[in-house]
Design a protein around this ligand. Structure first.
Ligand SMILES: [Zn+2]
Length: 258
């Protein structure tokens, strides 16, 4: 396709942001070093106490590159029953994440470890008005319901897969992030076409590998997500990188105009 003229943009405007990833694999130090050299910002999430402490350390030694999100992932809720560290870790972090509900790991019903962890973490995020990164696979309606009873900072519904809940998500002003699966997934492409550009973010979810892309992973895939979005939206890729970077700034609590 033919792209429109490159919009006037400075170096800052094309700086891109990987809005959701994990830094718990052996090649994470290299990914962070590359991101720092390229001026890429990484919004890195923990999944339990240990990995949350890990992202906090990365953030301290890489200011301006790594923004730390701490929390207990639904997959870890049964194992991480002790929630006493959450509040203190959140004090040192930018936000809460990756938190949420997912019935494929364990129960999300009343009295479940998942629901207790999700609620406690939202309560902590509410006290600080912190942004939250939410996992909602298979429990989208329940997650929206629980989120509705807390007043946290901005909410990111990471890797949202269900078109049916997109309108409800956008109406609440929640952000939606697209992973490299957008490059080949027709259902994600349909979702992206209906998404609000001012609420769209880009993510790698590293170290998740993408089989149809040869099993690669990492923040270096994020510009390819922007290129696919640009194709779908009829926009220029640099414009999409700049717009999603501004959106990420707002998600983090900045006042950047979309
Ligand atoms: Zn994740």
């Amino acid at each position: 396709m033919e792209w429109p003229e490159i919009p006037p943009c400075d170096r800052q405007a094309v700086r891109f942001v990987d809005s959701h990833l994990h830094l718990d694999s052996t090649d994470s130090p290299l990914a962070v070093a590359n991101a720092r050299a390229a001026g890429v910002a990484l919004l890195a999430c923990g999944v339990d106490r240990e990995t949350s402490q890990g992202v906090l350390k990365f953030a301290v030694s890489n200011p301006g590159t790594v923004e730390a999100f701490v929390g207990i992932h639904p997959s870890e809720a049964e194992r991480e029953r002790d929630l006493s560290w959450v509040s203190e870790a959140l004090e040192q972090a930018r936000g809460a994440g990756e938190i949420g509900l997912d019935p494929s790991y364990s129960s999300t019903g009343k009295g479940s470890a998942q629901l207790a962890a999700f609620s406690a973490q939202l309560e902590a995020a509410e006290r600080r008005m912190a942004p939250v990164q939410v996992h909602s696979r298979g429990a989208e309606a329940q997650v929206l319901d629980v989120l509705g009873s807390f007043r946290t900072g901005p909410v990111l519904m990471h890797w949202l897969g269900r078109e049916e809940v997109l309108q409800a998500v956008l109406q609440k002003g929640y952000y939606v992030s697209f992973s490299p699966a957008l490059i080949y997934s027709k259902s994600l492409q349909r979702l992206a076409l209906k998404c609000d550009r001012a609420l769209t973010l880009l993510e790698s979810d590293s170290p998740v590998p993408y089989g149809p892309l040869g099993g690669v992973h990492g923040p270096a895939l994020v510009p390819s997500v922007a290129f696919r979005l640009a194709e779908l939206w009829g926009a220029h890729p640099l414009e999409v990188l700049a717009e999603t970077a501004r959106n990420a700034h707002r998600f983090l609590g900045g006042d950047s105009k979309g």
